[in-house]
Write a protein that binds this ligand. Structure first.
Ligand code: HEC
Ligand code: HEC
Length: 443
């Protein structure tokens, strides 16, 4: 690994730990917990690679413990954090569960913090509390605060007269450990997306994204996604991960998850997300960095190679797919992109996204504490893998803050660039809507 990893070269900087390392056992607490079935990779792995992949999977399920605990290799949690392991939020590597109703938010619905810039754009992070409101703390420390939601309902009437109830959230924060939040503080609630297939999205060429963005601009359909560039001119790379495509690589996404949501320094981010909290900044460390490079690399390798679950065939799937295209959904939720793995032919993938960000209207905007909406854009949410969430039998929450309780509700929140598409959906009859929704739930 080069001595210094420039923020934009993260992907190139993360190589593989050797097989000998992978064979070392993690402490007992770190053994597979939630899910004993070994996940699949999207390409075949050599024996050595399989060992690293398995180690990465174990790291994903590892419950980290406070600094100076006996389980030395996996210590350093917090002192401020949101959850103790990746899978506590990503629920068997799928999307988070999200909010059930009014009241305190569940630990997996993370509230990121920002402030409203003068022109209504969003500036990420706050001085006092950092990037993420940490709602948990190790013994002897106080969590940064508690986040709550209160829903009001609104009813939308579709062309055939049927009604759909939407719930509109209002978020709040209380029990703060430090200074009150300025009224320009923007609360950015986010549910965890599924993590399968992220390695394939990372391999889509920038040129393909540029071509799609140009096509959308030319089409005249009112859809004009843009690449969420990260970094400086000349060195900039497309953001791909997170609901707003803020992170350019799997490695950078994993490093901020460790630092901001688990309070663990790691090879790419040197300090936890303490904000201005002195006691947090001076807390005992679990090593330098707390997540040792070999465990970090194995986790990134696992994430990159982790396969997407197969689609589950449904009756009438042709009808569903046709309606999806006819309603203009596929203008953004593109069915085919191409992953370019080094040394292999381009691999067509079906993520149902263009990896571009779109304006989606004020209804979906984050708001500051005075209720003012921020000007921002959202990444077309990849729809692949949804069938696993629906097969789980648990309630599925959609959109960036989990407000939508059904595919229908999610669509009815679409506005601005997606407005005409939403209107075409609203004009379908009940049987067509059912076919379209059933098909999406099978992806
Ligand atoms: C406290 C909950 C929480 C924990 C713990 C957590 N995540 Fe996440 N994860 C999220 C949220 C929320 C997002 C969406 C972030 C955004 O939109 O900015 C996310 C996004 C991601 C993504 C990007 C997915 C996509 O399609 O854009 C990956 C990959 C990921 N997490 C991996 C991890 C790994 C690996 C760990 C453990 C080191 C981890 N996460 C720990 C909540 C969590
Ligand atoms: C202009 C681009 C655009 C069009 C057109 C569009 N979408 Fe979306 N879609 C998005 C974006 C962006 C999001 C994420 C919004 C958010 O979370 O705030 C999204 C989210 C979704 C979700 C929720 C996914 C999840 O993981 O929570 C579903 C389901 C969905 N869209 C289906 C559709 C359907 C069906 C249509 C056609 C009727 C459609 N979309 C048209 C951009 C679009």
């Amino acid at each position: 690994m080069p001595a210094r990893c420039g923020a934009l070269l993260l992907a190139a900087c993360v190589g593989l730990p050797g097989p000998a390392f992978a064979q070392q056992a993690l402490p007992d607490a770190a053994h597979l917990q939630a899910d004993a079935r070994r996940p699949l990779s999207w390409r075949s792995l050599s024996e050595d690679e399989q060992a690293v992949f398995d180690l990465g999977y174990r790291v994903f399920n590892t419950e980290w413990v406070p600094a100076n605990s006996p389980a030395g290799r996996i210590d350093g949690l917090g002192p401020l954090f949101n959850a103790q392991r990746c899978d506590a939020c990503h629920t068997s590597r799928h999307r988070g569960r999200g909010p059930a109703g009014d009241g305190e938010l569940p630990a997996d619905l993370v509230v990121q913090l920002g402030r409203m810039g003068a022109d209504g754009t969003l500036v990420r992070g706050t001085y006092v509390y950092g990037y993420v409101l940490n709602t948990a703390a190790v013994h002897g420390y106080q969590p940064e605060g508690r986040a709550t939601v209160l829903y009001t309902t609104q009813v939308r009437t579709l062309a055939d007269g049927s009604k759909v109830e939407l719930r509109e959230p209002r978020y709040g924060v209380d029990d703060l450990s430090g200074a009150p939040l300025a009224s320009s503080t923007v609360l950015m609630p986010r549910i965890p997306p599924g993590v399968q297939g992220v390695g394939l999205l990372e391999l889509v060429a920038t040129e393909e994204l540029e071509r799609i963005a140009a096509e959308e601009r030319k089409s005249g359909a009112g859809v004009h996604g843009r690449i969420a560039w990260v970094g400086e001119e000349g060195q900039r790379v497309p953001g791909r991960f997170g609901w707003q495509a803020t992170e350019p690589s799997v490695a950078s996404q994993v490093s901020i998850a460790f630092a901001r949501e688990m309070g663990l320094s790691n090879p790419l981010v040197a300090a936890a997300d303490c904000g201005a909290d002195r006691r947090c900044l001076e807390a005992p460390s679990g090593g330098s960095p707390e997540v040792e490079p070999a465990l970090f690399k194995a986790l990134v390798f696992f994430e990159r190679l982790h396969a997407v679950p197969a689609e589950r065939p449904v009756q009438d799937s042709d009808a569903g797919a046709r309606l999806f295209a006819a309603a203009g959904c596929a203008d953004c939720h593109r069915d085919t992109l191409h992953a370019h793995a080094p040394g292999r032919a381009a691999l067509p993938i079906h993520p149902y996204t263009d990896l571009l960000v779109h304006e989606m209207g004020e209804g979906l905007a984050d708001r500051d504490l005075s209720g003012k909406p921020a000007r921002e854009a959202w990444r077309t949410a990849p729809l692949w893998g949804l069938n696993v969430a629906y097969a789980s039998g648990q309630p599925v929450r959609l959109l960036h803050d989990g407000r939508a309780r059904s595919v229908e509700e999610a669509i009815l929140w679409h506005d601005a660039e997606a407005r005409s598409s939403r209107e075409r959906f609203s004009a379908l009859d009940a049987a067509q809507r059912r076919a379209l929704v059933a098909w999406i739930e099978s992806l």
